[in-house]
Structure formats: structure tokens, C-alpha cells
Write a protein that binds this ligand. Structure first.
Ligand code: M6R
Length: 588
């Protein structure tokens, strides 16, 4: 995900900007840039790829006396990762960096174009600087306030202009921090860049904006307010993990924000909108094949339930490593969908090439723009999950399922705006829930294996829960359809067989409950996850009561992820880098 830095009143601003961006590298990016005021001009330097490329360009740029500046690492969402699309974006006399998404950028762009204003990038961000300059009539602060009033969506913004020795800033929906050390003012989108430069910082709230010279002038709703300074962490590594023990834990906690980003501008009160798709693309499509591996395959299985039930399109989900060698029948009325966090999984990529060769339309659901899969596919919906460091996929899975849900709404022309928002809400980790799972985890360490059971969409979630557990705890675990246990696996039931039962109130409640009873009767140790309390099982985790199964799904997902992680932590394992596994599987 994108990163922001900025500073003013600092001896060597370029050093802070570059070093600060390095601290944000771990979040993932595909281009970077800085803008500084130098000799009364705004100079912008950008480069695609690693920060080293930017550093080299900065060294050769002949900057004379940079006074203050802003910087950015970009993870492409609107437009390809090119130098033109990289931030900062500039106008005639100012430059801007931005995190988030301006939902009404198309509208603003059209209005400004009618006024003869030209755009060079494909980004939503460029409208900010062009709008600012359009409104500028000698008072930068007024123009900035007017600009903010026009913007819809989410943003963290830093803007500089050659007419003032100031940095203008604003936050709504995307994080932004401002720190002060004497007359030195620093900005960053997360803690890490600020550590070592300042000891205290103000974490902006939504709706706050202002201007910094050698002071921080902070506003909310045109009213001046005082910054509230908090101590910054002192350890950079833990700051990168946001104070969490593992990246996986941080990524589980990030799911709420990431899902907001994933649905931004897509889930609207008028239904689902995908900038990257048009309805014509789906003309003549009667079937869907989804091809993926591991966690992405499990997301695909959820997609099958949704696409068939809601959009009424026959959908088959295939493990890519099987599909590529089994000479499948591929007909041209089939849309071939690949799902991949990394965009580099060799098996998935090969099936995509195979489908293209057979003349099928292809669509990728992927987290990494410009990856091999994105380059190969006809169309892509980016997952916007930000970089995922933990080998065990969590937030990417959440965004894959959410994207499939939105896709099935889009194809069914169904509007579940409220339910989607409700599902995002339940991914906010409740500390009491986490604490309970932490405590419970100690009872689930020494059995002879786990079964995760569920029906309907909760069956793929059972598969995913089991995969999470085995990847990081090295305990044997299987996901099973709850109704299938009696056809064999129930023979394993004894007190040392652990069962995690995903009991939906909304789908086949009584039937799943009976399946749980069958296991209890054979003395298996059962942990039930449900909104409906059932007394018979050994342990119970209560989720929120809701009328929508997908809302239950997202909360149960959270529970299974936290449980796997807490069990693995108790076993003393390296949760982020489990043995024998790689984050991106580029071999077959
Ligand atoms: O990058 P991809 O989504 O294509 O990766 C597919 C699998 O390798 C991946 O999901 C794997 O199963 C993860 N380690 C799951 O946590």
C-alpha cells in the first residue's frame, strides 16, 4: 500500500524523505517520488521500481538548495505503475502526494477538462493538484480548503506550492501523522519513518487538515484546534509491525481497513461498480471456471456458491496444478477467472495461458499490479490488500472473498450494500474476542488432529481454517463438509480429536447442529463458533447475530485466523515464516 512522507524546517529534507520512504518499503510499492521546493521552484523526481532507482535519480538531479518537500511510494490502484502515474503529481506551481481513493475523480476531471485543464496521468490523485491550482486566487489555504470540500472518498494528502514555504495536509479515511521536534515538522503515513526524528506526534483524525510552517496549524470544520501529541514508539522494527508480535497478526488486524479500501468506489448505495469492467465483457458468457491454488482456491470455492446462487452462472473451481494437465474442455462461452495474491503462482499462471490459447476471456483477481498474472489477463480486479508479508495468507483471502461477493452482486445486479458494510464491520478485531481465543488456544495443542467442519460457504471456510492451522502450527488439520463426517472421518472421533464447528444461524443451522451432536456423542472435543449458543460442546465462541451468512462468514474467518495464530505462537513457531513454505510459489 502507498506511503507518504514530508518535512519542513529540516536541515536536510531530502535525506528524511528518502530514509522515510525506505522505512515504508515493507508495505510494498511499485514506484516512488519526491517533490521539493528548490530555488523557488517545485522540482519533482520520480522513478519506477525500487527506491534505489529514485535515489540514483535524486543524486543526478542537481538539486541546489532543497528547502522542504514531500515524498511517496505508490502501490498502483488507478493506472499502471509508470513514472507518469507515480506521485508526486504536479500542476503549474504545486505538487501533491495522496493515499486513498478519490471516488469522484472522474467527475472532477471532466469538469476541469471542460475548463481547458489538461491531465497527463491515469490517476485519481492528479485531480487534487489541478483542482487546487484552479481554485488558487492568491490564497493557498483558501484554495486548499475549497479543494478538500470537493473531494469524496478517502485521503491522506500533503501538498506544496512554490508560492509558500508551507506544507498543506489533510486526512480522511487514510492514516496521516504529523510530528514536531522544535521547529522541525515531519509527516508520515505510519510511525516508522518518524522514529529517531521526533519523539511525539499527532495522529490526525478524519476531517482534520491544516498547514505546517515552523508550527502545526490544525483545523477541523474551519475551526482551529490543538494537536494532541502522543509519544512515538522507539523501536523501528516493532513500529513496522505496528506493535504486533507478527506480521500475520498485524495483517489480521488490518483486514477492516483493507476491506474498506477493497470496496471503496465499488460497493455503492446504487449497487456494485467496477471501473475496470464493462458489461459487454460478460456478453456471451454462460459458464465460469475459477483456477487458483491454496488459500486463493478456497476463496474461489466461496465464489462458486455465490455466483451460482445469486448470478445463476454455472461455476467450476479448479486447483490450478490439476487443471493444467488434465486436458479440460474449454469452451468460448466460459469466462476464465484466476485468483492469486502474488500474481506469480506458476500453476495458476500456466492455466491462464492455457485458457487464453483456447480463446477464452480471462479475468484476474490479484493483489499485485504488473505481476505476471495481471499482465497476462484480459481484465484485472486489483484486491487492494496492500503487501502481505505473513506466508499464511489472511487479508488477501478476505479481499478475494469480498471481491467475489461484489462480482456476483455485479453480475446478478443485486444490491447488498448494507450487508457488505456490515461484513466489513465485523472484521474489526475485538480485544475481548482475541483474548478469549488466546486463552482457549492452550486446550488445543496436543490432540491427534483437527477437523474444521461447515456447510455451504462455511465448508470452504473450514478448508481455509484447517490450512491456516496446519501451515503455521504443523498440526494435522482437515476441512470437511459437516454432513460428510459420517461417511468415514467420524471413525476418528475420540477426546483427542479436536473439531472446530462453524455453525451458521442462517444456512442449514439444524442440520449442522445434528452433525455436531454426532461428534459430541462420540466424545470428540468440539469448539463451536456461532451466534446461537449451544450447550453441548466443550467450547463456544460467540459471534455477532446477523441475518446475512456472509457477515457470519467474515467474523468466523477472523476467529479461525486468530485461533491458528495463537496455537502456533504457543507452539513457539515462527508464524510469519513457517517451515518449508514460500510466500510466492513460482515453481510447479
Ligand atoms: O499468490 P497466490 O494467491 O497465487 O498463492 C497461492 C497459494 O500458494 C497460497 O494461497 C498459499 O496457500 C498460502 N500460503 C496460504 O496461506
Amino acid at each position: 500500500m502507498c506511503g507518504i512522507v514530508g518535512c519542513i524546517g529540516v536541515k536536510n529534507p531530502v535525506e528524511y524523505l528518502i530514509e522515510g520512504l525506505k522505512e515504508l518499503e515493507y508495505r510494498g510499492y511499485d514506484s516512488a517520488g519526491i517533490a521539493v521546493k528548490d530555488e523557488n521552484e517545485i522540482k519533482v523526481i520520480k522513478a519506477v521500481g525500487k527506491l534505489k532507482n529514485l535515489e540514483d535519480k535524486v543524486k543526478k538531479s542537481g538539486l541546489k538548495n532543497p528547502e522542504f518537500g514531500i515524498g511517496h511510494t505508490r502501490w498502483a490502484t488507478h493506472g499502471k505503475p509508470t513514472e507518469i502515474n507515480a506521485h508526486p503529481h504536479r500542476g503549474a506551481f504545486s505538487a501533491v502526494v495522496h493515499n486513498g481513493i478519490i471516488e469522484n475523480y472522474q467527475e472532477i476531471k471532466k469538469e476541469l477538462q471542460k475548463e481547458g485543464i489538461e491531465f497527463i496521468s491515469q490517476t485519481d490523485t492528479e485531480v487534487i493538484v489541478k483542482l487546487f491550482e484552479y481554485y488558487y486566487e492568491g490564497d493557498s489555504f483558501k484554495a486548499f480548503e475549497k479543494t478538500l470540500k470537493k473531494l469524496e472518498g478517502a485521503y491522506a494528502i500533503l501538498l506544496i506550492t512554490k508560492y509558500e514555504d508551507k506544507i498543506f495536509f489533510a486526512k480522511k479515511g487514510s492514516p496521516l501523522i504529523v510530528a514536531k521536534n522544535g521547529n522541525e515538522i515531519y509527516f508520515a503515513s505510519s510511525d516508522a519513518p518518524l522514529i529517531g526524528y521526533a519523539e511525539k506526534a499527532h495522529y490526525l483524525e478524519d476531517g482534520e487538515y491544516g498547514v505546517a510552517d515552523n508550527e502545526i496549524h490544525l483545523y477541523n470544520d474551519s475551526q482551529k484546534i490543538s494537536p494532541y501529541f502522543k509519544s512515538l514508539p522507539t523501536n523501528k522494527e516493532s513500529a513496522k509491525k505496528g506493535g504486533f508480535r507478527f506480521y500475520m497478526e498485524k495483517e489480521i488486524y488490518e483486514q477492516y481497513d483493507v476491506l474498506k479500501e477493497n470496496t471503496l468506489g465499488r460497493n455503492t448505495p446504487d449497487g456494485i461498480k467496477f471501473d475496470e469492467l464493462d458489461r459487454e465483457f460478460f456478453e456471451g458468457i454462460n459458464n465460469i471456471i475459477i483456477s487458483a491454488c491454496g488459500t486463493s482456491y478456497h476463496a474461489g470455492l466461496v465464489g462458486k456458491y455465490l455466483l451460482e446462487r445469486d448470478a445463476k452462472i454455472r461455476t467450476n473451481v479448479e486447483v490450478a496444478s490439476e487443471l493444467r494437465y488434465r486436458e479440460p474442455l474449454l469452451t468460448k462461452d466460459t469466462l476464465f477467472v484466476v485468483i492469486s495474491q502474488s500474481g506469480e503462482t506458476a500453476d495458476t499462471l500456466e492455466t491462464l495461458k492455457m485458457a487464453k490459447k483456447a480463446g477464452l476471456k480471462t479475468l484476474a483477481l490479484c493483489n499485485v499490479d504488473n505481476s505476471s498474472i495481471v499482465r497476462e489477463a484480459d481484465k484485472t480486479i486489483l484486491l487492494r490488500a496492500g503487501i502481505e508479508k505473513g506466508v499464511a495468507s489472511t487479508k488477501a483471502f478476505a479481499t478475494q472473498v469480498m471481491t467475489l461477493w461484489m462480482l456476483s452482486n455485479y453480475l446478478a445486479q443485486k444490491n447488498e450494500y448494507e450487508a457488505i458494510n456490515e461484513a466489513i464491520e465485523v472484521t474489526k478485531v475485538d480485544s475481548a474476542l482475541h483474548e478469549k481465543i488466546k486463552r482457549l488456544s492452550k486446550r488445543y495443542l496436543h490432540g491427534h488432529g483437527f477437523f474444521y467442519i461447515g456447510r455451504d460457504i462455511f465448508f470452504p471456510l473450514a478448508l481455509e481454517g484447517a490450512l491456516k492451522l496446519k501451515e503455521i502450527s504443523y498440526i494435522h488439520a482437515e476441512g470437511y463438509p459437516a454432513g460428510e463426517m459420517k461417511h468415514g472421518p467420524i471413525a476418528l472421533a475420540d477426546p483427542d480429536l479436536y473439531v472446530v464447528a462453524l455453525l451458521s444461524k442462517n444456512i442449514l443451522f439444524e442440520k449442522t447442529k445434528s452433525n455436531i451432536e454426532e461428534l459430541v456423542a462420540r466424545d470428540a472435543t468440539v469448539l463451536t463458533v456461532s451466534s446461537e449458543y449451544i450447550e453441548m460442546t466443550d467450547d463456544f465462541i460467540k459471534i455477532n447475530d446477523t441475518a446475512h451468512p456472509m457477515v457470519e462468514f467474515f467474523e468466523m474467518m477472523l476467529v479461525t485466523q486468530l485461533l491458528a495464530m495463537e496455537v502456533a505462537i504457543r507452539m513457539g513457531n515462527d508464524v510469519d515464516m513457517p517451515r518449508n513454505l514460500a510466500k510466492s510459489v513460482t515453481v510447479e
